[in-house]
Write a protein that binds this ligand. Structure first.
Ligand SMILES: C[S@@+](CC[C@H](N)C(=O)[O-])C[C@H]1O[C@@H](n2cnc3c(N)ncnc32)[C@H](O)[C@@H]1O
Length: 308
């Protein structure tokens, strides 16, 4: 791994670069250090002997392709990557895309696929995470720019980005209102943030085979109710265009029976006939969104617009 440095044009500080990744995290704040220790435990890294650097720059034999990631969950009852990918793409279609975009992904997927689908529209693309995988000896990818940083303290100037994308990441923040305020700060007026696949703690989450926290206990995944999400978004000053992904009703209409054990499969079965009627399916998608999120805990999916 070659070591270099990057100079910040605004503050003249220097940041180390390893394997093409700019380390702006340095000695991480306590909450991030804890999250890194959780990742270390999940990946059999001994931070006592190797330090947190071994997590930030996580050496692996190879980095999975997006197809390999999708393969992992194809036969699961939840089909996590199939559904989160579909919600992400649907959300992008609501972002009023353009060319020459300056795009930031927070909590970048390690395949960097979320940015790659936007590549031809990007003037600049920055992937932020608290760790990246590196393959010793492999060519260093020169796109997108990978930056180690904390979403609660984004190291970018005000109003720099046109588009921020963030999937299943904000709920890992120890300060969600603070992270949303950071997103609002780095967006230009008229810019958009796509926030998708964020878990919501619904009142009935324990019913219907609810998902618990199945990660290492050091990983920060605190349940957030829909009302708390709304409050945090309101505080950021961003204007939310919420949506329920169309695949919810299309899957019931065209996709055949849901796999055994799917959450709320009984309710979905009862809704099945309703979704055969297009207009009723649209009604379920719109009128059913808030009760679905508040009670059942359907994920938060929204485009957040920064007022001009
Ligand atoms: C559930 S994963 C989601 C990954 C990916 N965006 C996806 O949709 O599959 C949450 C991501 O947030 C990252 N993360 C956790 N805390 C963070 C922080 N303080 N700042 C930036 N990223 C963070 C994690 O490393 C992880 O990659």
């Amino acid at each position: 791994m070659g070591a270099q440095e990057a100079a910040c044009p605004a503050c003249t500080a220097f940041y180390p670069i390893r394997s093409g990744i700019v380390d702006m995290l340095g000695d991480p704040p306590a909450a991030v250090a804890q999250e890194l220790r959780g990742l270390a435990a999940e990946n059999a890294i001994d931070t006592d002997s190797e330090g947190l650097g071994a997590v930030k720059f996580m050496e692996v034999a190879s980095i999975d392709s997006p197809a390999a990631v999708l393969d992992r969950t194809r036969n699961d009852r939840i089909q996590y990557y199939q559904l989160t990918t579909s919600s992400y793409l649907e959300g992008l279609s609501r972002c009023l895309l353009d060319s020459n975009l300056k795009v930031l992904e927070i909590g970048a997927d390690l395949t960097l696929w979320n940015l790659r689908v936007l590549k031809d529209m990007c003037a600049e693309a920055v992937a932020v995470n608290i760790y990246f995988q590196v393959v010793t000896g492999a060519p260093v990818p020169d796109w997108p720019l990978r930056v180690l940083a904390d979403m609660n303290h984004l190291p970018f100037e005000d109003g720099y980005f046109d588009l921020v994308v963030c999937s299943a990441t904000l709920h890992h923040s120890s300060d969600i209102p603070g992270a949303l305020a950071e997103i609002a700060r780095v967006l230009r007026p008229g810019g958009r943030a796509l926030v998708v696949n964020e878990p919501v703690a619904g009142f009935a989450k324990g019913l219907g085979g609810g998902q618990g926290h199945d990660r290492n206990h050091l990983i920060h995944e605190v349940p957030v109710t829909f009302a708390q999400w709304l409050q945090a978004i309101r505080k950021s000053g961003l204007q939310a265009d919420h949506f329920l992904p169309a695949w919810y009703t299309r899957r019931l209409r065209f996709g055949g029976p849901l796999p055994a054990g799917t959450r709320f499969a009984g309710l979905a079965r009862r809704l099945g006939p309703v979704t055969k009627h297009r207009a009723l399916a649209e009604l379920v998608s719109t009128a059913g969104r808030v009760p679905g999120q508040t009670v059942l805990g359907l994920p938060l999916n929204a485009v957040l617009w920064k007022p001009v």
